[in-house]
Design a protein around this ligand. Structure first.
Ligand code: BG6
Length: 348
């Protein structure tokens, strides 16, 4: 089911995106929200949905300049959160039934926040209890590890960031047209990545027997690494961690030794040089490096690493949506090589 669901991503993305773009603008039918009434945004979620929240935080802050915080639902409930009626709470959940997320939503509402949920399952508890809901329309997910719902959650939060920025007058009509065209192109670009999955399978066959893997990246690549790492550990049982690359030197680098696999994420081109210097740093300690970058930076990266995966070029804010697809496939093929029960990982 996991592979089937990954292969369904282009269709799921079309359902999530295409009805919401009209004449170069984002349209959310029935959504009355006036963002000018809110001074902060809190994103609440668990697991992979919280990684969508991390991407959302970077993109929402960049486009709207509204302070945005991502809080794990299980922490939110017990941290005496600072929330009032000027706070917009965005709740993200594939199932719409996760207990911690549900409880956090109730707490936020009791404190006066306005709630907007991004949910896959129509009519689920979180969808019903939120002031507004944006459905992802990914279709049912059978595999425990989320894939197609994850990419549609990203698409919806990216559309939301554009919609809110336009409402605030922070995007020119040309910029909005450019961004929506890039969002509309995502399903075909995901198809392109899926068609080159043999290369990903090849790298999985090279690296499936590693005991320890580190995903490193900065900014959007850090958020992407969080999801890549979770996907790998939850289905293959390989110990895997994601680090903000700048933190390597503050401790983690001591764990890098000959043979350690580092998945270096270098899709975010403004920080590409920084990504390269971290690659050099871990290579010098003997790590094997599998890199993920964009087509425009492929040549530069290829000189320094042991393996390379690429995604098509797109707008910066959309890179994690394309970047996660090869990482999902990598996790899938590694778990397959290891003979794991991919759709029903132990203990989950
Ligand atoms: C976990 C799942 O139990 O719940 C993850 O294994 C998921 O895949 C997380 O991301 C949160 O679930 P939901 O439905 O609230 O997005």
């Amino acid at each position: 089911f996991m592979l089937k669901e990954i292969m369904e991503e282009p269709e799921a993305l079309r359902r999530a995106i295409l009805p919401r773009i009209k004449d170069g603008k984002v349209v959310f039918e029935g959504l009355q929200l006036d963002i000018r009434q809110y001074h902060s945004i809190k994103i609440i979620a668990c697991g992979s949905s919280s990684h969508v929240g991390m991407v959302g935080k970077y993109n929402l802050e960049k486009l709207t300049r509204i302070p945005t915080e991502v809080v794990l639902a299980s922490e939110f409930r017990y941290c005496d959160p600072i929330i009032d009626d000027k706070t917009l709470v965005i709740v993200i959940s594939q199932s719409g039934e996760t207990l911690d997320t549900m409880a956090a939503l109730r707490e936020a509402k009791a404190l006066g926040a306005r709630s907007l949920s991004i949910v896959n399952v129509v009519g689920s508890s979180i969808a019903r209890e939120s002031d507004d809901v944006l459905y992802t329309w990914a279709g049912p997910e059978i595999a425990v590890a989320t894939t197609k719902a994850f990419v549609t959650q990203l698409a919806v939060i990216d559309l939301l960031a554009v919609w809110l920025a336009a409402q605030l007058g922070r995007l020119s009509a040309d910029e909005e047209t450019r961004l929506t065209a890039a969002i509309a192109a995502l399903p075909a670009q995901v198809e392109q990545i899926l068609s080159s999955r043999e290369r990903i399978q090849y790298y999985a066959s090279q690296y499936f027997n590693h005991d320890s893997v580190f995903f490193i990246g900065r900014n959007l690549d850090y958020a992407l690494g969080m999801e890549g790492s979770l996907k790998l550990k939850e289905i293959s049982y390989i110990h895997s961690e994601a680090y903000a690359s700048g933190e390597l030197k503050h401790g983690t680098i001591s764990l890098i030794e000959p043979g350690t696999l580092v998945v270096a994420l270098g899709t975010y081109s403004p920080l590409f040089d920084k990504a390269m210097s971290n690659v050099i740093e871990v290579k010098a300690r003997g790590a094997s490096v599998l890199a993920l970058t964009t087509e425009q930076n492929r040549e530069e990266m290829e000189k320094r690493v042991d393996g390379i995966l690429t995604i098509p070029d797109t707008e910066l804010m959309l890179l994690p949506l394309l970047g996660v697809v090869p990482l999902q496939l990598f996790a899938y093929y590694v778990a397959l090589q290891r003979g794991c029960d991919i759709d029903k990982p132990r203990n989950l």
